[in-house]
Design a protein around this ligand. Sequence first.
Ligand code: TRP
Length: 331
Amino acid sequence: MTAKRRVLSGMRPTGKLHLGHLVGALQNWVALQAQYDCFYCVVDWHALTTNYADTSEIVANGYDNVADWIGAGLDPGQSTFFIQSLVPEHAELYLLFQMITPIPWLERVPSYKEQIEQLNERDLSTIGFLGYPLLQAADIVVYNANFVPVGEDQVPHLELTREVVRRFSNFYPCGLVEPQAILTPTPRLPGLDNRKMSKSYNNTIDLSDTAEDVVKKVRQMYTDPKRVRADIPGTVEGNPVFIYHDAFNPNTAEVDDLKARYRAGKVGDVEVKTKLAAAINTLLDPIRARRADALKRPDDIRDILLAGSQRARAVAQETMERVRAAVKLKY
Ligand code: TRP
């Protein structure tokens, strides 16, 4: 039997996970579990790049996020869950990558200027923030990962990773692997208010929300603003309520019927939204149950992460032996 190929992905422990994380990452991570040797990382140093001024929540967020991973169906018996900062080899490879990476390569990564503008209340003129995608490259390459499941927004980071691997290998050939992105098939979900989904806009449905929270949030969801009465024909295309129906309601006959009646001005928003909330709750019920169960034993979550970090570290150390030899820093 040939060894399974390796998958690596990471998530920043900056807050609660929401439906966007579920369809944009976790469902994909779960689907890859059986076929690949999967490494899933809580990238706490990446959280520091934007949240260095207040680090008090990072550890708690990490544990809470991992409870959601388990809730979503990730199995720590099958995949390796670990903490970035418990594997210092990420930092060592990152440092060596810095020696060969031209600063303009980092300045032209689209998320760099975008995030600086978006998070304009924070000072992101730091080396750490500029280096974000290079640290990500080290996360991936230190495990010889073949595949990286990510959303569309991360494609430039993967491209940078591949370029860095090629440049590094020119100077120091040591068999580093050029990883490939595995793109999540799901379209990007808007937030409840039809802006970009973001914790800071407070427009998300979180995996930890109760069934009642979901009903309340869906009731307040943005929909076709022209439709002030139920008998006015409405627009389905680009309407967040229907984007969510398409994403979360498996009963396609019901969705088609609601769309037809919506277009004809023959359905009230209450019915459309009640059915959407029910579909989301059907999806979230088993996730909430597994999450609650995991959170009953917080020490187990910690043990899983510590044991996973040891396993991860053994792989990373093996890579760094080769890298140090190639850089000719062997003593
Ligand atoms: N930048 C990724 C994001 O924001 C998180 C991340 C850090 C990551 N290191 C990684 C993703 C390594 C994949 C592989 O989603």
